[in-house]
Design a protein around this ligand. Sequence first.
Ligand SMILES: Nc1nc2c(c(=O)[nH]1)N[C@H]1C(S)=C(S)[C@@H](COP(=O)(O)O)O[C@H]1N2
Ligand SMILES: [Mo]
Length: 303
Amino acid sequence: MKFSNGLKWSDVTPRADWLNRRQLIASAAALLATPALAKIEAAKSIYSTDEEPNTFDQITSYNNFYEFGYDKADPARYSSRFTVDPWSIQIDGLVDKPGTYDLSDILKGVALEERIYRFRCVEAWSMIVPWIGFELKTLLDRVGVQSSAKYVAFETIVRPEEMPGQEAGLLNWPYREGLRLDEAMNPLTILATGLYGEPMPKQNGAPIRLVVPWKYGFKSIKSIVRISLVADQPKTTWQMQNAREYGFYSNVNPKVDHPRWSQASERRVGAGIFAGRQDTLMFNGYADQVAALYAGQDLAKDY
Ligand SMILES: Nc1nc2c(c(=O)[nH]1)N[C@H]1C(S)=C(S)[C@@H](COP(=O)(O)O)O[C@H]1N2
Ligand SMILES: [Mo]
């Protein structure tokens, strides 16, 4: 693994510098209004990139969350009615301790970490996001995965009265995703509960969403209410929508183009207009950590 000097961008930049003036004013106002809202304490991680994160504004205003609409601005615009507290997750299937777990109980005893990850959407744009979260493995180990389980299936909440895109029937709800068990257990795979030290903004998948940084963004399912351990590969939303264009694995791969566009390069959101596109990296730059998961698998056929 390439964690050369151990120093990360976040070590050398005071937190206040992360925020632009407008955010500083907004968060100062928020602190005055709600003194209980403390910054999340989170340890740094060896898995973080030292690339410069996108701004809080960029990460929270350019989103894909079809439950709130198709447009990149819709999730920020239409998610104010969405309520995320209280929240519970049903964990079922091939586990020793199935049940409906309150999010606050899940969070007791997990150590939150900051993970600054590259994030690459299948639409060929990318960002750098400083997530706060914990490894999915921690939760799976706690509920006891049975040996017959080979995959993990995830579902997003269905609440059309709070989600105009569900009301309008933009996709087949609930939004569904899945991972192979070894992918789910990889230390890079996290459940994120915040970003930039703040609780997860609604448009980014509050209160808890998956982040799988070596796969296209649509695998990172938001606002999770169900996690099922299963024996067979689960059907996922985008695969059901168009299996030829969106495979189950959907690993970031510059050599396997989308049927309608190239995946060889990407546009970094927020880069200046003269910055140009950058090369897309195999497994989004995480090959050292995950390539072994796919040894012997034909990634062009089995995408
Ligand atoms: N439930 C749900 N999860 C979702 C989506 C969605 O529409 N609904 N969009 C996916 C896509 S295509 C991307 S690129 C990422 C975007 O995450 P972000 O808005 O935090 O950048 O969320 C993914 N998770
Ligand atoms: Mo995406």
